[in-house]
Design a protein around this ligand. Structure first.
Ligand SMILES: O=P(O)(O)O[C@H]1[C@H](O)[C@@H](O)[C@H](O)[C@@H](O)[C@@H]1O
Ligand SMILES: [Mg+2]
Ligand SMILES: [Mg+2]
Length: 287
């Protein structure tokens, strides 16, 4: 059981914390690695095992609920977000880090009703940091309230992003030119931790002022999106429209001014929506 669990933690937190022991005990071990959508999109037996245990534990308690799990979708399960109560699960966010023992790996769980996120949990296992938010209830890190930085001036920002699993020329040149354009504004710095969920939670802590990503999946950011929003941050699509967790594009920021400025500077590359089957573009929504 993690050092951060407490009497106040709801059942789901306990579920996550219990599974983090599975992640942590495997963290130092040799891992059998399989490839998914690219040579950089990895999965291990631990990813699959943690997701199975989480889903069966939650399903046991809530048999009518639906699930969107990264590894269930990778195994061919249809991905559809409906009005039904739905759990959106990334059993290990940062699998490349997990395989390499780079100490930023997280379990991410979001819960939606009527397609609206009710709460999100991101547990950064090696750091032992439990990020949590409930709609209208604020955002917390290990029980302490979180507040975004409120920074309005892009030139005073630390911006977090990810070079994801894409290795095609269009995606790579778009991502690298986005980073170059931001650095030339200039911004104070660009960072990447290798886990979208923990990256985005840095905006909720105020330790970063913005996060943007093109190509991630709903399970990577569904939980951290509500954590940023409840910490007073802004979350939107990279085209400036309302945040849509299935679009595979996101900007999370300390303020609308910074979010809008980033939306002006960065470009997106085409990638299928998570809920779009066989959309035919280069970067597929599922593996
Ligand atoms: O580790 P997973 O759950 O696969 O998620 C990562 C994704 O695969 C990468 O492409 C992104 O760059 C990371 O930020 C995600 O955390
Ligand atoms: Mg992930
Ligand atoms: Mg994952």
């Amino acid at each position: 059981m993690s050092r951060t669990s407490g009497a106040h933690t709801p059942d789901t937190h306990l579920c996550v914390l219990l599974q983090s022991e599975v992640v942590l005990s495997a963290f130092q071990q040799h891992k059998e690695v399989k490839l998914k959508s690219s040579p950089a999109d990895l999965v291990t037996e631990t990813d699959q095992r943690v997701e199975k245990i989480l889903i069966s534990a939650i399903r046991n308690r809530y048999p009518q609920h639906r699930f969107i799990g990264e590894e269930s979708v990778a195994a061919g399960e249809h991905l559809e977000l409906t009005d039904s109560p739905t759990w959106i699960i990334d059993p290990i966010d940062g699998t490349v880090n997990f395989v390499h023992r780079f100490p930023f790996v997280a379990i991410s769980i979001a819960f939606t009703v009527n397609r609206q996120t009710q709460f999100g949990i991101v547990y950064s296992c090696v750091e032992d940091k439990l990020f949590y938010a409930q709609r209208g209830g604020g955002a917390f890190l290990n029980g302490e309230p979180l507040h975004a930085s409120g920074q309005q001036d892009i030139s005073r920002c630390v911006v977090v992003t990810e070079i994801g699993a894409e290795r095609d020329d269009v995606a790579l040149s778009t991502m690298t030119s986005n980073i170059r354009r931001l650095l030339q504004l200039p911004v104070h710095g660009v960072r990447a931790l290798g886990t979208a969920a923990v990256d985005m939670c840095q905006v909720a802590t105020g330790g970063a002022d913005a996060y943007y990503h093109i190509g991630m999946h709903c399970w990577d950011i569904a939980a951290s999106a509500i954590i940023v929003q409840e910490a007073g941050g802004v979350v939107m699509d990279t085209d400036g429209s309302e945040f849509d967790m299935m679009s595979r594009r996101v900007i999370a920021a300390s303020s609308a001014a910074v979010a809008d400025r980033i939306a002006q500077v960065i470009q997106a590359f085409p990638c299928c929506r998570d809920d779009e089957d066989n959309c035919g573009c280069g970067a597929t929504g599922v593996n």
